[in-house]
Ligand binder design. Structure first.
Ligand SMILES: [Cu+2]
Length: 163
């Protein structure tokens, strides 16, 4: 008799409103998880690579130059207008003179560019140039792209900067 009674309790408990609402919550969690996965899937193409190359010196895309950059003040500061120094050397390691360059960039994850229009303003030599007007107005992953034009040809280099 007691066993039957226990079974009745169990059955009633399974059908109780509390149990049903738990099931709805579970379904809600599953739906939320699926939506989150879908969101991650759509955002994924602009997500940063797992390991960002944060080097400040690298060969240009076509390998014509070695490009090295550094903030002129020695430190990158968020929200401040800063000058950057760009040093160009040839494949053989000699300074590249009489180069011209344009600079752009932005935040790949946010699909926006730079808040300013940096420009090369001085040739400091040997192979060293000043770019003024760089500003990172928010924290996160930024890219700076230098399009270089010199005797060896046109080439470019993209740098990752994390703030
Ligand atoms: Cu941003």
């Amino acid at each position: 008799m007691k066993i039957v009674s226990d079974r009745m309790d169990l059955t009633l408990a399974e059908l109780s409103p509390a149990s049903l609402s738990k099931r709805s919550i579970s379904l809600g969690i599953i739906a939320f998880a699926l939506l989150t996965l879908a969101a991650v899937w759509f955002v994924a193409p602009s997500a940063p690579p797992p390991v960002l190359d944060l080097s400040r010196s690298k060969p240009s895309e076509k390998g014509l130059y070695t490009v090295s950059i550094e903030p002129e003040g020695g430190q990158v500061r968020q929200g401040e207008l800063q000058s950057w120094l760009v040093t160009l050397t040839s494949k053989a390691g000699t300074p590249v003179e009489n180069a011209r360059m344009t600079v752009d960039g932005g935040m790949p994850e946010h699909h926006h560019g730079l808040p300013t229009s940096p420009a090369m303003t001085a040739t400091l030599g040997p192979g060293k140039y000043r770019v003024e007007g760089v500003k990172f107005h928010m924290g996160g992953w930024w890219q700076l792209r230098f399009a270089i034009s010199a005797a060896a040809g046109d080439d470019e280099a993209v740098f990752n900067i994390k703030l």
